[in-house]
Design a protein around this ligand. Structure first.
Ligand SMILES: O=c1ccn([C@H]2C[C@H](O)[C@@H](COP(=O)(O)OP(=O)(O)OP(=O)(O)O)O2)c(=O)[nH]1
Ligand SMILES: [Mg+2]
Length: 152
């Protein structure tokens, strides 16, 4: 499914020096976000820094959100993940898209201006209207959870 989303360029390097976020292949789910830094940033082990992406989006549809997810290569090979683990972009948010980068590894990691640091994935949202009840219809699982079914 395709959907037009309003996007504002906040940093003039986006679309000039660094490409606009784009799907790398026809089947891509994520659009890579770039670090709009003024200079190289060295992320020390354990450090978390909020990095601007140079863009703002306004989704404007309550049945849609965007998530910011780590790039698997950065996370697996370098321990560079997100300080909030996953970023959630509300449909009414109009501010700058920011990425919280956390170095959970044991080596320093350098991020250059324009580096692709995380990915943006749009997702459908269902807003719940709660129906207050005294009890639930029975289900196979019932209240079992948190590993109650074992490992095998
Ligand atoms: O990685 C992220 C996560 C969030 N946001 C923006 C968009 C989102 O709509 C807004 C608020 O995020 P969230 O609700 O997760 O944070 P909060 O701590 O609950 O802040 P608020 O009180 O503003 O809702 O911040 C980002 O730019 N990057
Ligand atoms: Mg919130």
């Amino acid at each position: 499914m395709k959907k037009a989303i309003d996007l504002k360029i906040l940093d003039p390097r986006i679309g000039r020096d660094f490409p606009l976020p784009a799907y790398a292949t026809p089947g891509s789910a994520g659009l890579d976000l770039r670090a709009c830094l003024e200079q190289t940033l060295v992320l020390a082990p354990g450090q978390t820094v909020l990095i601007p992406t140079g863009i703002a989006i306004h989704i404007g549809d309550a049945n849609l959100c965007a998530t910011i997810l780590p790039r698997s290569g950065l996370g697996h090979k370098h321990g560079i993940v997100l300080g909030n683990l996953v970023g959630l972009i509300d449909s009414d948010y109009q501010g700058p898209l920011m990425v919280s980068m956390w170095n959970r590894g044991s080596d320093s990691f350098s991020i250059e201006p324009g580096d692709r640091i995380a990915q943006l994935v749009f997702m459908p949202v269902v807003q719940a209207e709660f129906n207050l009840v005294e009890g639930f219809d029975s289900s196979e699982r019932g209240e079992g959870g948190f590993g109650h079914s074992g490992k095998q």
